[in-house]
Design a protein around this ligand. Sequence first.
Ligand SMILES: C[S@@+](CC[C@H](N)C(=O)[O-])C[C@H]1O[C@@H](n2cnc3c(N)ncnc32)[C@H](O)[C@@H]1O
Length: 356
Amino acid sequence: MPKAGFHDKPFDEATLTKLQLFELYAREWLPVFLSTAVRPEVHLFDFFAGPGTDSSGVSGSPLRLLKQVRDYSNLAQKSGVSVHVHLFDADPAKIAALDRNIDARGLRLPTVHLEVKALPFEQALQRSWPTISNSRAAKLLLMDQFGIDHVTPEVFVQLASAPTCDFLFFVSSATYYRFQNHPAIKQKISRPDDHYQTHVAVLDFYRGLLPATQRFYLSPFSLKKGSNIYGVVFGSAHPRGMDKFLQVAWAQDEINGEADFDINRENIRADQMLLPIPGFRPSKVSAFEADLEQRLRDGLLTNEAEVVQVCFDHGVRRQHAEPVLKRLKAEGVIDLGFRVPDIKKLDSPRPIRRTR
Ligand SMILES: C[S@@+](CC[C@H](N)C(=O)[O-])C[C@H]1O[C@@H](n2cnc3c(N)ncnc32)[C@H](O)[C@@H]1O
């Protein structure tokens, strides 16, 4: 996605998919925190907001966030939760355009505390930190940067330490490829054309920045457009946050088609290699299934919580585990009393026994 004139032309399909992912996650996230005043404040941050639309008037992330907030305003009024939306961008002209667009769309909502300000990310983050680190407030952060320059390892660690703070940040194609040359990642990538290795290495890189004892859920959700791979990294301290994100990402046809892309792996399972389809490449789901099956056959997974973790690591839904669990149960490899691992049972997970 080129930088120059990003908002002076129509959003491309890849950008629209990403924006849809942001919007749909906000739509799932908001009612969780607006229905009850367990946390009296809700704050949405868009740190790279842009002017609000593309050249054809299609809404960008800030207008999409405000639209979702508007749709749930009754909920907030009932519960008494106070709603705050913070929109920042380094470019003052874009922020001025955003202000105009908010008014033009009738999105300056009387019940919402709205901050629209021209600030570079580093300053905006510093200024917002008292709120982001406030445990009485629920936060959702979008960082739709052009590259990965702004969400540095230090920023990532800082954000992951914030209470009740889910975040999404964009990782461009260029960054994905740059990642492949990162010393910590390069050694894990034996085949640079294998997108799947990069996906897993990106996850490992970020997870490796956090203390091993920190409970934090992370998924780089890789998408592909043409020959370019790009992604959205999602982070949450709560497994239900991750679960919702993956449900959203796989639910939409438009996103789903890209989500299960050909990951350019040739050596996942011997039987797949024998398929007589010219140019056959296994998809992300088949890579997940092969990994899950191997781990179950090796007796490495002993309960449903561990299966959920494998789903999260691969960026697939819990439901994706069902066919493998069912087949291995039918083959007498494992025994278990559930079909789909349940996100509500992570604290007392149901067991999986290996039967042979
Ligand atoms: C990919 S665009 C964001 C698009 C936006 N989410 C939308 O839906 O229209 C990246 C934005 O980051 C802004 N930007 C560039 N450097 C920045 C910085 N250091 N801090 C904050 N914003 C920055 C640009 O002005 C641009 O609007």
